[in-house]
Structure formats: C-alpha cells, structure tokens
Design a protein around this ligand. Sequence first.
Ligand SMILES: [Zn+2]
Length: 329
Amino acid sequence: MASFKDVIGHEQIIAHLSNSLKNNKVSHAYIFSGEDGTGKNMLAKLFAKALQCEAGYGDSCGMCHSCKQVDSGNQPDIRWVTHEKPASIGVDDIRMQVNNDIAIKPYSSKYKIYIIDEAEKMTPQAQNALLKTIEEPPSYAVILLLTNNAQLLLPTISSRCVTLNMKAIAPDKIQSYLMNNYEIPDYKAKICASFAQGNMGKAIKMATSPDFNEMHERVLNLVKNVDDMDVYVVVDAVKKLSEYKAEIYDIIDMMMVWYRDIIMLKLTNDPNLLIYPEEYNALLRRASKSTFEGLDTIIQAMEKCKVRLRANVNFDTALEMMLLTIKEN
Ligand SMILES: [Zn+2]
C-alpha cells in the first residue's frame, strides 16, 4: 500500500482524512479503532505519509523527499512509540518518547507525528501523562492512537480524539484482492473472504497459511459428520482439534462459514449464494434438520465457545459443549 488510492475498502475513513488534509482541518489526536487485521496500522501509516507529503493534495505523492523517507522507513518526523514491556506501555515510555520530545519542532516536515500502536496497553498513569500533551499540543503535533479495544482508553482521552472505527470490507472485494495479489484460487479466496468477515488481515493470513488445506479439510469433515457422531467420538474429535490450539478461533470461524451457508440455503434455496455450492446436497440435508432458531443457537454456541476460550475455560470442555449444542440443534 503506497497511498490511500491503493486501499481496498475504508472509503469513508479515507474521505474524512483526505478532506481534513485538503481543508487544513487536521485534528491533533486520532483513535484508529478496530480488531487486529482490520487495517489500522496501514491507514495510520498512509495518513502520516499524506500529512507529511510535500505535494500536499490530500494523499501522498510517492515522489517527494518525505514520501521517499517514509517508504524507506526513516521519516524523522514520524515516530512510532515503542515499549520495553510487551504487555504494557508505561508512563516512562510516554514521557520519554512523547512528552519530552514533542516540544522539539519538526526536523524537516510540516507536522510531528506520534503513532502509538496497541494504545490499549497504556497504563492509566501513561494515559494521564499523554492527556496533558493532548490537552495542549503544539500546533504541529499529531498523535495517532491505534487500538483493538478503545474502551480501555480513558474517557478524558477519547473525548479529545477523533475516533475512526474500522469497517468491514465487502467479501467480494477481499476475494478479488486475494486472487489478484496472492494468486489464490477462487474457491479458496471465497472461503477465506467469507471466513474473515470483512477483516482483510485475517483473510490474508488464512489464505497464505501453509496449514490452510489440512485445517479446512478437518473442519469440513467435522461439520459434515458431527451430527452422526456418538458422544465419545465427539470427545475424540476434540482431542484431535487440540493439535490446533493456537488456531482454534480460526477453526471455529471456519465452521461458522458452513452454518452460515446452511442458513443462507434455508432462506433462499439458491446454490449460487453459497460459499460451498458443491456441497449443496449435504447442506440441504443439514438445513432440513434444523429450525432457524436451532441454527441461531448453533452460531451463538460458537461465539460462546470463543468467549469461554478467551476466559481460559478448559479447552476440551468449551469445545465439547459447542459440538454437543450443534448435535442437539
Ligand atoms: Zn509526497
């Protein structure tokens, strides 16, 4: 991604940022909010590049001195705030890298930009230290906070920032991007786009994973057979899934694609709208077994399973509960 015009999706955010540049109405602080993989870092980087671009027309030109510096990773007036401790951004990180530095005028550009990734990791003390700067920033300062959990930011910080919420990208756009840029075959690109639910980073990660084929085969095997499995076979299937503990959320999301297809089929009876049109008969059989309510319960059981795993409920227990709910509905 070299400039805003290369970005897939995010039209509203880009229009907003681009207009603020053109009209000279740039705010001093922004929050880029969205789950991992949704494009926060990319957009913040492109915004910083456009802010510093010497051509100054609402996007970056890619030709000027500043744009070239950004491309080679050494634009001195764009600072990515780092932190020593992986789990938290402390008050010293903010004081040393932001508060004590911000009074020094930009080295060669119009703005001085601070990008704080994983901003939710700032301790309350760090946030209070940052607040002082956000309350009275020098005219040239722009602070970009990137976060996957904006609720962990103090209201006093949020209220002084322009918040940009990342939006889901249309599956067909993700699909064609995967096909054009990663040479992914169309059936696989379609599955990955559907699985990712609008999250481009997640789609790319899955599409390029060396484990994709094996995981996908296992998931299909499981969703096709789980209804006929005895409970002890389910327990056994869960044991096998535990090999994929690190990817378990992806596996559950892959399973969801299957059940969303069943719902789609029940609603429309149109095989063209399916992610798995070649599984029409199997999907139809499954669709006749459940009511909409039952299918809704299944989708909810999957979401619940993810929540339980995040809360460190025992892996086997969480998955068995999910699979048994699928069987019962
Ligand atoms: Zn430029």
